[in-house]
Design a protein around this ligand. Sequence first.
Ligand code: GLN
Length: 201
Amino acid sequence: MKIGVLALQGAVREHVQAIQACSAEAVVVKKAAELADLDGLVLPGGESTAMRRLIDRAELMEPLREFADSGKPMFGTCAGLVLLAKEIEGQEAAHLGVMDMTVARNSFGRQVDSFEADLDIAGIDAPFPAVFIRAPHIVRAGEDVEVLCEYDGRIVLARSGPFLGCSFHPELTGDHRLMQLFLDMVENRELLPTAAHYSKI
Ligand code: GLN
């Protein structure tokens, strides 16, 4: 199983290590050709507007949309979650827009830009340690979006067809159970609901 990590900016190395720790092959993706033979793709944390600029500069927007259309799973963490969302609060345009949800950016308050919390995640034995860094959260989850975790009354992990997105950085601890959950989605891709019903922007 070959999993790519979009490597234009942000927490790339830790995702590569998490993928390898789960016995899959990790591929660093900087250009479109590197998406070709992947089974799944991680969109890491970082800064979503900066990442979008780099995506455009690398002419990766269309190839990423095609990757999403193909039904191959994508896992967006933090800024990656923002890239997946159909709507971003206070912004006119979304990025990939493949998950029917609205996200709010930097939503856990300035004074706590960064913190750790133990989460209770559907399908994973509690506690799951999570690092939040200027984290977004999901303020609206569409009908097809399955909420897998809430923290402090806010949705911080959700899945929709082949797309998985979380507010936090699961790659910064040694706990790879969420990466394993993503790899299970990749492995069982044909069992996932198709992405056909998401509305494109
Ligand atoms: N606040 C960032 C954004 O909106 C995300 C932060 C992160 O990825 N750690 O893009």
